[in-house]
Design a protein around this ligand. Structure first.
Ligand code: 13P
Ligand code: SF4
Length: 333
């Protein structure tokens, strides 16, 4: 279900974005948590790992990143010669906010025998202070390549860290950050929904707290959840992640029913990411027109952050589909 094209002073924004994309030799990358309109016009829609791979490999001159700031910064770290624009520079992330670089540095210094395995949802400065970056889809593949007796700090998402500890039997030291979106799901409301739809599998993102993951039939990154939803024989599924991903599910499997897991009062919008929502068609058009807001990163910090990101890409596979079992990243027509 697509909303009609928005207008800015009478402009057909979709047509203008298409025109500017061609003129600028721009590629538009979008995360699954963006609005349906933005997902539908993007050249690629993917999870954090796919988007990093695409950003590293594109031959476009401009990357218009429809996601949050740490994702656009990742694109700039990996493709420094490209112009990287983000429709709204205020599109942050609660996980990034939870982990100020000076505090992270002190934490590292207090644990000199630990390596830092760090979730990609963090600032460039924290990436620069880390040894290896992971995404939710690459974390386990990478952990499996690290000796079992190696001590590890994992930050900033304590829920993803706890889930990885549970899955791998490790005892990583966890930074106490959370995603405000995945924290908002209510176990009580989820149980009521399960009772109403007996047999419907629950698909959950590992940023959810343990009391939600305990009820999940499948836990994975956004793309892994999407893959599961499409390949499952179930006709009805409960989705415990940001609900904009349901747009892709409904497009690819229109005969199935996908129900978003509820927040505390059973009917709130608290499971929508307020940061992702800052990107709009209007702001994307203006960003392509003016080539700003542009991501700029100090070169020394970029190089240090690139080391930890490159380790992730090498350990997880650099290209889409490599080191991963999912389908190729969605390519908009
Ligand atoms: P993935 O798309 O990598 O699963 O990440 C989810 C997320 O929270 C992005 O901010
Ligand atoms: Fe950050 Fe959570 Fe929003 Fe993802 S969904 S960008 S982790 S606040």
């Amino acid at each position: 279900m697509n909303a009609p094209n928005s207008t800015l002073r009478g402009l057909d924004l979709r047509a203008e974005i298409d025109r500017l994309r061609g003129e600028r030799n721009a590629v538009i990358l979008a995360h699954y948590y963006q609005t349906p309109q933005i997902q539908d016009l993007a050249d690629f829609v993917g999870d954090s790992l796919d988007l990093s791979r695409k950003a590293a490999a594109t031959d476009a001159d401009v990357i218009a990143f429809c996601g949050v700031r740490f994702m656009a910064e990742t694109a700039k770290i990996l493709s420094p010669d490209k112009t990287v624009i983000l429709p709204d520079m205020a599109a942050g992330c609660s996980l990034e906010d939870s982990c100020p670089p000076d505090q992270f540095r002190a934490f590292r210094e207090a644990h000199p025998d630990h390596i830092a395995l760090t979730y990609i949802n963090c600032s460039t400065e924290v990436k620069a202070l880390s040894d290896i970056i992971v995404t939710s889809s690459s974390a386990q593949i990478i952990l499996d390549q690290i000796p079992k007796d190696q001590k590890i700090i994992f930050g900033p998402d304590k829920n993803l860290g706890a889930w990885l500890n549970r899955k791998t039997g490790r005892d990583m030291l966890l930074w106490p950050g959370v995603c405000i979106v995945h924290e908002a799901f209510s176990e009580t409301e989820l149980l009521k929904l399960k009772a109403k739809h007996p047999g419907a599998p629950v698909l959950a993102h590992p940023e959810c707290p343990g009391h939600i993951l305990d009820h999940a039939d499948h836990v994975g990154s956004t793309r892994a959840i999407l893959d599961f939803a499409l390949s499952s024989p179930s006709e009805v599924m409960i989705v415990a992640t940001e609900p904009h991903i349901i747009h892709q599910m409904e497009k690819d499997a229109p005969h199935k029913t996908f129900i978003g897991a509820p927040g505390a009062d059973g009917n709130c919008n608290c499971n929508m990411c307020p940061y992702m929502a800052l990107n709009t068609m209007e702001k994307l058009y203006l960003a392509l027109r003016d080539l700003k807001p542009e991501v700029v990163i100090e070169e020394q910090v970029r190089l240090a952050a690139k080391r930890s990101l490159d380790r992730m890409l090498d350990m997880a596979g650099r290209t889409v589909g490599q080191g991963d079992v999912g389908r190729p990243v969605f390519k908009a027509s």
